[in-house]
Ligand binder design. Structure first.
Ligand code: SAM
Length: 351
């Protein structure tokens, strides 16, 4: 889903930044077999199909890199991908499909080094790190990736497993490797219902401070009984990337495919589904009270600090109900409107 939005955005973004990429790189670091015994398609096949069936033409072709450690799964993956060879060659959209067997971190470390040694820019690139549990994606790996301004990481952290093994000392090194430090151990001083939120926030802080990612966003996934299972973690240095990721996740949720929330509070797993324009208007009003800001700054606040990704309806509500006061705006602006090309010119005070 996100991949579909990501492809044209990243190529446009790269163009805007003056980088002329020769390709977009998509890395699936824990690729799996591509096809499961009951016929379900895995992420490599879904990614290739997304590119082949995309309605946009891209400025540049896509380069895929699939990494899988398990020999049997790697063999199945190779066979599965071979079925798409002729479609790939005929499409002109896919430059290459690289497959490598081995540990993701080791393979990627080497791969990124080789690119750098050849003087090639790493990125625009999306690294999809769909590990099984919580300890195969180290903070060092995320750091190595996020050092490159046009790289993004979409990873997975299994809270249910981590929680089950928290008291097992033999798993602590794995958690420390994932977090890039030992401060997560403060979790032992907390009450049970505070642990998940603490671990998530500690992880997100580490992604920003240790891995140097400008934005980090999470989506919490729960089972039908609303028990928190795992988090999807998205890291980007690119504001538009964050916006598109949130848009994609909202549309997945609306389609009813799975339940998720980006609340940090496991008690409120349904927050995302119930997060209305009215709630957003209240949040803007409360958290930005008395501030003077332009609309671009409000957009940034909404994207980085709230579950929402759109803001105009909430802002219109606030204006209609007199909860914001417009201080300056272009001459012909109509009340309740916030044109994209005028966001910085509309200045307001939140009352
Ligand atoms: C959760 S599955 C990935 C599923 C896949 N994304 C899909 O949609 O089908 C994790 C995969 O990573 C592989 N794996 C485990 N540890 C790995 C490592 N250190 N490096 C690379 N692959 C690894 C496993 O063999 C497994 O196939």
């Amino acid at each position: 889903m996100y991949l579909k939005a990501w492809l044209p955005i990243m190529s446009r973004q790269a163009k805007r930044l003056g980088v002329r990429p020769s390709r977009l790189l998509f890395v699936d670091g824990f690729a799996g077999p591509g096809l499961y015994t009951h016929g379900e398609e895995g992420s490599p096949v879904l990614a290739i199909k997304a590119v082949l069936s995309h309605t946009h033409d891209f400025y540049v072709p896509i380069h895929f890199l699939f990494i899988e450690q398990n020999e049997d799964r790697y063999e199945t993956l190779s066979r599965t991908l071979a079925r798409y060879d002729s479609q790939i060659k005929g499409s002109g959209r896919i430059e290459d499909v690289d497959k490598k067997i081995g540990d993701c971190e080791t393979v990627l470390g080497k791969y990124l080094n080789e690119l750098r040694n050849r003087g090639e820019e790493v990125g625009p690139a999306l690294f999809f790190l769909d590990q099984f549990g919580f300890s195969d994606v180290s903070m060092e790996l995320v750091t190595t990736i996020m050092e490159n301004p046009l790289c993004e990481v979409f990873s997975y952290l299994n809270w249910d497993h981590m929680n089950r093994f928290l008291s097992d000392g033999s798993k602590w090194d794995g958690i420390t490797k994932a977090f890039g430090g030992e401060n997560w151990k403060q979790v032992f001083e907390l009450e049970t219902n505070k642990k998940a939120a603490f671990m998530l926030n500690t992880y997100k802080e580490a992604i920003k401070e240790r891995a140097g990612s400008k934005y980090v966003w999470n989506f919490a996934m729960s089972d039908k009984q609303e028990k928190l299972l795992y988090w999807l973690i998205f890291c980007t240095n690119n504001f538009r990337g964050l916006e598109e990721m949130k848009r994609a996740m909202w549309s997945v949720d609306r389609s009813g495919g799975f339940r998720f929330s980006d609340s940090n509070d496991p008690q409120q797993l349904n927050l995302f589904q119930n997060y209305t324009e009215e709630l957003l208007a209240d949040e803007i009003s409360e958290r930005l009270s008395e501030k003077i800001l332009n609309v671009e700054q409000i957009r940034e606040f909404v994207l980085t600090e709230t579950p929402a990704y759109t803001f105009k309806k909430a802002l219109k509500r606030l204006e209609d109900s007199g909860r914001i006061k417009i201080i300056s705006a272009p001459l012909k602006r109509r009340k309740g409107t916030f044109p994209d090309n005028k966001l910085t010119e509309i200045q307001l005070r939140i009352l």
